[in-house]
Design a protein. Sequence first.
Length: 282
Amino acid sequence: MATHTEGEIDALADQLAELLPIPRDLAPERIREMLGSRRYGRSLSVLAETSSTNDDVRRAAEQGAAAGHAVVADVQRAGRGQRGRTWSSTPGADLCVSIADRPAVDPEVLPVLTLAVGLGVADAVETLLADGRRCRIKWPNDVWIDGRKCAGVLVETSGSGNRLGPVVIGIGLNVNRREWPAELRARATSIAESLGAEGRIDRARALAQLLTSVEAWVDRFVAQGPAGVVAALNQRLALAGEQVTVGDLRGRLVAVAESGAALLETDQGLRQVVSGSLERAC
Ligand code: BTN
């Protein structure tokens, strides 16, 4: 009997998934009608199912897809989150989207790209909420509505130095989900759930808004550098002034520095944290 590697089985599953019908509320022509972006989503692939849209977009970019090419999927079999976590979403309810870009910035300032994308996601969510509520961003990549996570950002790069490959911007946005596993119930929300009523958010509109707002912040970052992004982020920084932990480090979250690092005032003085998961200290 022939044996197949996990990669081969995944590739086959992706090919079969291409035959599945696209969810009607994500029809590409509806999304395009509402797009206000110049590049993001102008080339767009909508899939019923895939393993990870980040992988799809990276492959497409390596094969010459235009900057701004986006892939959105209704279901991901192997959605990735930060720090090796998995990302799960509800079929028919949420958005899993990835965008390929080649931002003309110094590789040293790339950590700020995640923050710029987070600001774009926060702007899009505020537009969709349309009730004046402001989203907060939990450094470095979570977007919060009223203290609960509604979106996460995963920026992936390949290569290094001057040989940097395409940048993949992955966004998971909880749009219409209302049911959560027990461990997430107190920490997660969706746009529709946080609006309270029984209604649904139009996913095509949500995606068009997301692509438009994220492109605007990435363009601003490329044109003006990190200072404006970091200043805007500090205005919306979740847990600012509170005692937090990142791994074994504990301290008061002061702000985010222009490098994109979180600044913690600890018993040993001011510390810069470049990566990790920030939690409220108990
Ligand atoms: C996080 O909060 O940990 C980041 C979550 C990022 C999830 C998105 S969904 C679309 C894209 N494809 C992936 O496999 N991950 C990102």
